[in-house]
Design a protein around this ligand. Structure first.
Ligand SMILES: [Fe+2]
Ligand SMILES: [Fe+2]
Length: 189
């Protein structure tokens, strides 16, 4: 999928200047990605391929979480409570009622979050100086890129291609508006 906006050029310098805060937020993001994979598995075992893919995804996101936590430990940082993510919350408000609509929206929004994460993690990979951090962020970005494709593929396993594409287009337009509306944060989103 193609996002309908690019990240504000002021985000990367801000994130690099407050990288410790970004790391803590990033750990919470990976935790939520793992939890969401299991939540989708719980809610939609009927989607062809979804249970196995979400089990695999939860494991992968948990391994990302472990890597970020290890990095935090090396820098003397602790996780603390999740302060919440206005970006993810804003997207969740777009989920429609009705069983089929809700299922499609949850899958597509999960994919959109992966796509935006891919964009941001890649920016970090390019902006960071430390070679081992650069490598890690490039590796994580690549992994999130694969995840966004997975969610669209799962959506197409249960809905007609044109239904998926039309809704994805609407949600991507809303996501771009949301990103523009939200204040710049030392966070992944
Ligand atoms: Fe991840
Ligand atoms: Fe992911």
């Amino acid at each position: 999928m193609k996002l309908k906006s690019v990240t504000d050029a002021r985000w990367l310098p801000h994130a690099l200047a407050h990288f410790d805060e970004v790391l803590i937020d990033h750990a919470h993001c990976e935790k939520k990605a793992a939890a969401n994979a299991l939540s989708l598995l719980q809610a939609h075992p009927e989607v062809p391929g979804l249970p196995a893919q979400m089990a695999r995804l939860a494991r992968e996101e948990a391994s990302h979480l472990a890597k970020v936590l290890q990095l935090m430990e090396g820098r003397g940082l602790t996780l603390g409570r999740d302060g919440g993510d206005p970006y993810a919350k804003g997207l969740q408000q777009l989920v429609r009622h009705g069983a089929k609509e809700r299922r499609l929206d949850r899958l597509l929004i999960a994919g959109i979050i992966e796509a935006r994460s891919f964009e941001r993690l890649l920016l970090l990979a390019e902006g960071l100086d430390d070679p081992s951090l650069k490598r890690l962020y490039a590796e994580l970005a690549k992994s999130e890129y694969g995840h966004q494709k997975l969610f669209v593929q799962l959506a197409k396993a249960v809905e007609a291609e044109e239904v998926v594409e039309r809704r994805l287009d609407e949600l991507l337009a809303e996501e771009a508006k949301l990103v523009e509306r939200l204040p710049l944060r030392a966070a992944v989103h």
